[in-house]
Design a protein around this ligand. Structure first.
Ligand SMILES: Cc1ncc(COP(=O)(O)O)c(C=O)c1O
Length: 488
């Protein structure tokens, strides 16, 4: 075992001055690198999130310690290569450790560049903002740089609220939405779990996602509505899309009522849908948008809010208003900016957006083939590009009567849901990682890096076919068996 720092207890005698002066016993980087799976688990339990370990155990994730990551693969402590169809919920457009991104970061370090861009302007922050303005359609020209999707979305709702003006403070959001966990955007996130029992902002109106009539009614009924916030493709909700016509009608409706539209592209943006922004499929432009996740090149925290010049200038365009929501401490930090600049160039140089459209289309086709083969297991395949959802049938209805009592033995989170079992088997028997979704536990999310080739899709489909080919009863029985064995 590592000599981990000892815990303070209430019984401990008061420390002498001499002891207080002693350096705390800290683990070094070398200690962290050498840490065993058991030690890592203990520390996770003691200092990060003991309850979360329960879910990792359900899925078998607790047995994995990652030692390397390259391209489409993780490599674990036993040298096993795990195919990444999870992609960090859309954070790994370039795969793991893309060589061009690594080289750009290395060069930046070798040149002893400054990182914090608060006192002086940064040529890197300026270049990144200019690139984002060049990519973004219409007059989406003004960029706020931050470190997380939540921060970019907070910036989005604040700029829009100020531009809408004090007489129109209400914000419309959608059922099934996810916009982050900081308190402002949590107020626009439709999850009882994440909302906890926090006291959230109450100037909000909820509508069904993709329902233009509900939005029209809301706008007509309440002139205090100034802003509407929607993910262009709902990610946390289980990959849910609205038709192209919806976005065109939304744009017209917003123009008619003078409501500002914020498109949350944190998960579906950066080329994942087969266009840089998913809203480009509808040929319309929102007033404000937000990016994060893959903007950090899979290497760092980087996020951006991009607002139309008109909206931005109205909110913060004068010296008196300029500092209301200016960059925070880590906004525009040097290495994150050059990572994002290089990533955006790689995206176009390697035609990753085109690949998302073509190879993502191939993935959808192959999944439709599996749906036709296993109609009693797969309920729906949906999505666009490399943002794909696979919804399973509720097996509690279809399981043979003999096996139904076993369902009672399952963890609450797994009842009626096949995605946990299928995902756990894909990892255990086929070395493939997929993602789940809190809102709809019957959905597997597939968000592989945009470098994913047909050969990776073929490998994934063969693995999924092998798991589903065993039939629901065996999948469920096996899973329960492995849970019982791991508890014994
Ligand atoms: C659509 C959307 N918006 C916002 C966020 C919040 O991003 P972050 O986790 O970086 O704060 C997420 C994260 O998953 C997201 O999917």
């Amino acid at each position: 075992m590592l000599d981990t720092p000892t815990r303070m207890t209430t019984e401990a005698p008061p420390l002498s001055d001499e002891k207080l002066a002693v350096r705390p016993r800290l683990l070094s980087v070398a200690d962290a690198k050498a840490m065993s799976l058991a030690e890592m688990t203990e520390l996770f339990k003691d200092h990060i999130n003991p309850g979360q370990l329960h879910f990792m155990k359900l899925l078998g994730f607790h047995k994995v310690k990652i030692e390397r990551a390259e391209g489409m693969y993780y490599t674990d402590q036993n040298g096993r290569k795990i195919l990444d169809f999870f992609g960090g919920f859309g954070s790994l457009a370039f795969g793991h450790n893309h060589p061009r991104i690594i080289a750009a970061r290395q060069q930046f370090q070798d040149e002893d560049r400054h990182e914090i861009a608060i006192a002086f302007m940064s040529q890197y922050a300026s270049a990144l903002a200019r690139n984002l303005a060049a990519i973004s359609p219409g007059d989406l020209d003004m960029v706020f740089l931050g470190s997380s999707g939540s921060e970019a979305m907070e910036a989005a709702i604040k700029v829009a609220e100020r531009a809408a003006g004090p007489a129109r403070p209400k914000i419309v959001y959608a059922e099934n939405s996810f916009h982050g966990k900081t308190k402002g955007v949590l107020s626009l996130t439709d999850s009882p779990l994440y909302r906890g029992e926090f006291r959230l902002v109450d100037n909000t109106v909820k509508v069904p996602f993709g329902d233009i009539d509900a939005i029209r009614n809301a706008f007509e009924a309440d002139p205090a509505i100034g802003v509407i916030v929607l993910e262009t493709i709902q990610g946390g909700g289980g990959i849910v899309q609205a038709p192209v016509a919806f976005w065109q009608q939304l744009r017209a409706l917003c123009d008619k009522h003078g409501v500002l539209w914020i498109a949350d592209e944190v998960q579906c943006g950066m080329g994942r849908s087969g266009r840089f922004y998913a809203f480009e499929h509808a040929g319309v432009v929102p007033d404000v948008t937000a990016l994060a996740k893959s903007l950090g090149g899979g290497k760092c925290a980087m996020a951006a809010m991009v607002a139309s010049r008109k909206v931005y200038m109205k909110a913060y365009g004068t010296p008196k208003t300029a500092m209301i929501h200016a960059q925070a401490t880590f906004g525009g930090i040097g290495e994150a900016c050059i990572t994002a600049i290089e990533g955006l160039n790689v995206l176009y140089d390697e035609d990753l957006i085109g690949n998302a459209e073509r190879t993502g289309g191939y993935l959808l086709e192959q999944l439709e083939g599996l749906k036709a083969k296993y109609p009693q297991i797969i309920k729906e395949v949906r999505g666009q590009g490399f943002m794909v959802g696979l919804e399973f049938q509720d097996f509690s209805q279809t399981l043979p009567a003999l096996l139904r009592p076993m369902v009672g033995m399952l963890d609450e989170k797994l009842k009626g849901s096949l995605s946990g079992f299928v995902g756990a088997e894909l990892l255990r028997d086929h070395d493939v990682l997929v993602a789940f979704t809190e809102y709809n536990r019957n959905v597997i999310r597939l968000e592989p890096p945009l470098i994913c080739g047909r050969e990776h899709v073929d490998r994934f489909i063969a693995a999924l076919d092998a798991v589903l080919g065993r039939g629901i009863a065996r999948i469920v029985r096996d899973f329960i068996g492995s849970q019982v064995a791991s508890k014994a």
